[in-house]
Ligand binder design. Structure first.
Ligand code: GLN
Length: 454
C-alpha cells in the first residue's frame, strides 16, 4: 500500500530520491514468513520505513542530496540502518534533503525541491523535508531524519508530523554523512508520539563504532508516551522560554503556541516563564561552529574516493580534477559554508571566531543547566513561521537561517528535543508545531509531555 501511495504521489512531491521496490517487498515477505512461523517479533517488524539520504544503506544509492555523491552505492550499512534491518522493518527507500543537510526548506537539494503535501507550492521545511513529507503524505508510516540545527523538528512543524532529536550521543552516528560531528543526531519522524518512542528505542543505545556514543541504554520512552497519553501532567514543571518570543514569531504561530500552553495548564502542568539569556547568541555561534566542522568534513569529497568525477580536457593534474569536480559537484550553499568555515579556522582568526563561538556554546549549556534546576522541560514554538512558498527565501540565506532560531540551542548543548503538531494556522491553514526540550538523557520527559499534548 505504501509503495502504491509512493507511485501515485512521488512525481509531485519528490519526497523520495530512490525507492527500493524489490528490496521492500522481499523484506515484507520475510516479515510475513516470520509472523506465520510464530517467531518472536519486534513490535515494528514488517512496518515500512523511509531513510533520509544522509545515512548509508548497503547497496542503495546514498547521495546526501548532492551531485558530488551521484551514483555512489555504499558498501556498508550505518548502525541505525543495521538495527532497522535486524528488527525486520522493510526499507522503502531514501528521502530527499538539502545538500549535505544544509538548509531549512529542502530547496538546496541537487535533485529538486520536495513539495509540502499540505500545499504543493510550499516547502516542507528542511533539511529533512523528504522524510517529513513522506510521513505526512502517507508514503511511509515512519522515517529517519537527522538534526544538526533543527532538520528533524522544523520539517515536523511544517508538515504536521512528530520529530525527535535525541540526546547527543544516544543514537549512533556511524554511517551518517557528517555535516557537523558535534551537532549531528539521527532521530524519528512519525505521525504519532508513540510511534516515535517505538522507533527511538529501536535505533538508540550504545554503539562501539561511534566514539561519541553514550554508554547508557535508551529505555522508558514507550512507557513515558503511554503514561503521557493518559493526559495527566500534574507535577510537571514547564518553562516557556522568554528569549523565544517576540517579533520574529508570526502571530498565527504564536496564537497556536499559546493555545498549546493553555492545554498544558489544563492537564495540570505548572507553567512559568524562564530566561536563557545566551540563546540570543546561539544563531551566531552555530553559523561559525557548523561551517568550521563541515569545511573539514567535506574535504574528503575530492572525486578520487567517492562519487562523481569531472575530468577537464587535456592532461589535468590531480589537483585540477579535484577543483573542477568540487566546483561542479557542490551547490552554492555548500560552497558558502566551506568558505566561511575555512576562513574562520585559518590561523590568526581562530580565537576571534571559532574560539568565541565555543565560549557562547558553553554559556548556552550553562543556561540550560540553570533553567533545568527550576523546570522539567522547556517549551517554545518549533519554527517562527508556517511553511513558506517555494522560492521565497532561496536568495536570502539569512532569512533561511532564521528558521532555526528555536531549534539550534538544543544542538549546541546536546539536549534532546521534540516537535509535536499544535494545530493548523487560522491564517493559512498550514500546520504549526510546538517544541519541548529536556535535560541530557531525559528524553523520556519529551514523550510524556508530547503524548499528553497530542
Ligand atoms: N537549517 C539548519 C542548517 O541549515 C539545520 C540543518 C540541519 O539540522 N541539518 O544548518
Amino acid at each position: 500500500a505504501h509503495l502504491d501511495q509512493i507511485a501515485a504521489t512521488n512525481g509531485d512531491l519528490n519526497a523520495f530520491l530512490h525507492v527500493d521496490v524489490p528490496g521492500a517487498l522481499a523484506q515484507a515477505a520475510a516479515s510475513d514468513e516470520r509472523r506465520s512461523a510464530g517467531s518472536p517479533l519486534h513490535a515494528l517488524d514488517g512496518v515500512p520505513i523511509a531513510i533520509k539520504d544522509v545515512l548509508t544503506t548497503e547497496g542503495l544509492p546514498t547521495t546526501a542530496g548532492s551531485r558530488i555523491l551521484e551514483g555512489w552505492i555504499p558498501p556498508y550499512d550505518g548502525t541505525v540502518t543495521a538495527r532497522i534491518k535486524a528488527a525486520g522493518l522493510p526499507i522503502l527507500g531514501k528521502t530527499n534533503m538539502d545538500e549535505f543537510a544544509m538548509g531549512s526548506s529542502t530547496e538546496n537539494s541537487a535533485y529538486g525541491p520536495t513539495r509540502n503535501p499540505w500545499d504543493h507550492d510550499r516547502i516542507p521545511g528542511g533539511s529533512g523535508g523528504g522524510s517529513a513529507a513522506a510521513v505526512a503524505a502517507f508514503q511511509a508510516p515512519l522515517a529517519i531524519g537527522s538534526d544538526t540545527g533543527g532538520s528533524i523538528r522544523q520539517p515536523g512543524a511544517m508538515t504536521g508530523t512528530v520529530g525527535v532529536k535525541p540526546t547527543y550521543g544516544s543514537v549512533s552516528r556511524y554511517g551518517v554523512i557528517a555535516l557537523a560531528n558535534s551537532l549531528d543526531q539521527l532521530g524519528p519522524v512519525t505521525r504519532t508520539v508513540l510511534d516515535s518512542a517505538l522507533l527511538h528505542e529501536l535505533i538508540g543505545g550504545h554503539d562501539p563504532k561511534d566514539s561519541t556514543s553514550v554508554p547508557t541504554p535508551v529505555t522508558g520512552l514507550i512507557e513515558a508516551a503511554r503514561e503521557g497519553a493518559k493526559g495527566d501532567l500534574s507535577g510537571l514543571r514547564v518553562g516557556v522560554v522568554k528569549e523565544l518570543q517576540g517579533d520574529a514569531w508570526a502571530p498565527d504561530v504564536v496564537e497556536r503556541f499559546e493555545e498549546s500552553v493553555d492545554i498544558l495548564k489544563k492537564l495540570g502542568a505548572d507553567v512559568v516563564e524562564v530566561s536563557l539569556p545566551s540563546f540570543v547568541h546561539a544563531m551566531a555561534a552555530y553559523y561559525l561552529i557548523l561551517p568550521a566542522e563541515c569545511s573539514s568534513n567535506l574535504a574528503k569529497f575530492d572525486a578520487m574516493r567517492y562519487g562523481r568525477r569531472v575530468t577537464p580536457e587535456g592532461s589535468p593534474s590531480a589537483e585540477e580534477v579535484m577543483k573542477v569536480s568540487r566546483d561542479a559537484g557542490f551547490g552554492d550553499e555548500v560552497k558558502r559554508r566551506i568558505i566561511i568555515g575555512t576562513y574562520a579556522l585559518s590561523s590568526g582568526y581562530y580565537d576571534a571566531y571559532y574560539g568565541q563561538a565555543q565560549k557562547i556554546r558553553t554559556l548556552i549549556i550553562e543556561d540550560f543547566r540553570r533553567a533545568f534546576e527550576s523546570v522539567d522541560v522547556l517549551v517554545s514554538p518549533t519554527a517562527p513561521t508556517t511553511a513558506f512558498p517555494i522560492g521565497e527565501k532561496v536568495d536570502d540565506p539569512l532569512s533561511m537561517y532564521l528558521q532555526d532560531l528555536a531549534t539550534i540551542p538544543a544542538n549546541l548543548a546536546g539536549v534532546p528535543g521534540i516537535s509535536v503538531p499544535s494545530g493548523t494556522s487560522r491564517e493559512d491553514g498550514l500546520p504549526t508545531g510546538v517544541q519541548f526540550l529536556a535535560p541530557v538523557l531525559e528524553d523520556a520527559r519529551l514523550y510524556r509531555v508530547g503524548a499528553a499534548l497530542e
